[in-house]
Design a protein around this ligand. Structure first.
Ligand SMILES: [Fe+2]
Length: 458
């Protein structure tokens, strides 16, 4: 029998341990290295940190014995012997020690490229090389194109997120870029990014990535502490507001301005709501593009229970409305929700979309603005842009069309939206098994009541 004093000590120790674990003071950091770097280049990723029609940036990782990096590029050709006129560029190399290893991150920027042109490139150290990859530069002027949009991958990235990323690519192999709306990883640790790059592998080396930082790209319990790997691996334009240049930026691509915001940074860094709002207004005020798309992690209209973001809505929605933003691509809620561009009061605004690529699932809040909903569904999105229309299609992990709409814009700027929701795909609004197990009987009853209100079915 434990003496009373020992028992109290034991309870205290358990409580302190639980508190430290919860607050992250006892680190959940992995201690085993699952994805070690080697001398062969890996984690090869295309991004832009400059104009999309005549530059391309590539970043890759090696172990710390590889002190130099270089990249070679040539116009794409029909056979290996025809790959000529090869230019070699020296990379900028930086060393980073994560919680499990030390690696060198190499970044090379190809410049002076011809618009609308296919190139081949490889990366290495002059002796050990990657394979030759292919990419195509953007056109300088507005032109039709398609891109892929993914929500949170976050958990089970390798096990369950990978097939969604790959199915998206298979559906749209000529996508101009892949846009990830944050929470690509659960923790900004090396092992998590190892899974992300395992899932994307050569796709990320062939199709440029536009990514934004969600709350999980930030260190837990370090408010405003962006994970370090982000700074080494992801190279985006430095055209954002001071102090937020690595996570807030815009890219103009063939008639579309894509604006990336950092809603997690807004929550934690002093003054960043104002800083991002002012910057957002400035890039919307001086925008020569036909279309404007904003990508951000925390939704303006939350889609899952108890996850409202009133400050995000208060600060950003009036600006989106004022400057006629067309589409807002979001994540965070681990469910799917899509609005129309007119509210019930007739007020026009952007179409808001929340989506989810990974296996982590939350319940639905049945937010009235949502035209189409899904819970417990992994999805990817293909977005086709022309001068007069944006055609948006959302597919399930197996490739079934789940939601679609056409947003048309007349020459006078007037917009119309045509829903194309497939009539043979009922809304998937049930609770995931995890939540059925976690919810109380009363919570399940309340949820089922909302399902019945929405669908007319039990
Ligand atoms: Fe999130």
């Amino acid at each position: 029998m434990l003496k009373k004093k020992n028992f109290i000590m034991l309870v205290l120790l358990i409580l302190i341990g639980a508190l430290l674990f919860y607050t992250g003071k006892i680190s959940q950091k992995p201690r085993i290295e699952l994805y070690p770097p080697g001398v062969v280049p890996e984690r090869i990723m295309l991004t832009w940190n400059d104009s999309v029609y005549n530059t391309q940036t590539v970043t890759w990782r090696t172990d710390s014995t590889v002190h130099v990096g270089c990249a070679e590029i040539a116009p794409a050709a029909e056979s290996a012997e025809e790959i000529t006129d090869i230019k070699r560029i020296t990379a900028h190399t930086r060393t980073y020690s994560s919680e499990v290893n030390t690696a060198n991150y190499h970044t090379a920027k190809f410049t002076g490229l011809k618009p609308g042109t296919q190139y081949v490139y490889r990366v290495g150290d002059g002796k050990t090389w990657s394979e030759w990859f292919q990419f195509t530069t953007a056109n300088k002027e507005a032109k039709d194109f398609s891109f892929l949009y993914y929500g949170d991958v976050q958990e089970g990235i390798k096990q369950h997120g990978s097939r969604v990323i790959r199915k998206g690519y298979a559906s749209c192999p000529n996508a101009a870029f892949m846009l990830f709306a944050g929470d690509m990883v659960d923790h900004p640790y090396d092992n998590d990014f190892g899974e992300f790059f395992y899932a994307g592998d050569w796709l990320f080396a062939s199709t440029p990535i536009i990514a934004l930082a969600g709350n999980h790209e930030y260190k837990r319990n370090v408010p405003g502490g962006l994970g370090d790997i982000w700074k080494y691996q992801f190279n985006f334009p430095q055209n954002g507001p001071e102090g937020l240049k690595s996570t807030v930026y815009y890219i103009d691509y063939q008639g579309v301005r894509i604006i990336v915001l950092d809603t997690e940074g807004m929550k934690h860094l002093p003054g960043t709501f104002n800083k991002q709002s002012e910057w957002l207004e400035s890039v919307l005020r001086n925008n020569p593009n036909q279309w404007t798309i904003v990508a951000m992690h925390h939704p303006v209209f939350s889609n899952s229970g108890g996850r409202d973001n009133p400050r995000v809505r208060k600060h950003l929605k009036p600006i989106f409305d004022k400057y006629n933003v067309d589409l807002v691509l979001e994540g965070h809620d681990h469910s799917y929700g899509r609005t129309e561009f007119k509210g019930s009061d007739g007020h026009e605004g952007p179409v808001y979309v929340i989506t989810n690529a990974g296996p982590k699932m939350y319940d639905l809040g049945f937010t009235p603005q949502m035209k189409r909903l899904a819970s417990r569904t992994q999805l990817y999105q293909v977005i086709d842009v022309t001068h007069n229309s944006i055609h948006f299609s959302s597919y399930t992990a197996t490739g079934k069309l789940y939601d679609a709409f056409m947003l048309n814009k007349a020459s006078n700027g007037k917009k119309t939206l045509v829903n194309q929701i497939p009539s043979n795909e009922p809304e998937r609004v049930g609770l995931s098994k995890l939540l059925r197990d976690r919810f109380s009987k009363k919570q399940i009853e309340e949820y089922n009541k909302k399902v019945k209100e929405r669908t007319g079915k039990d």
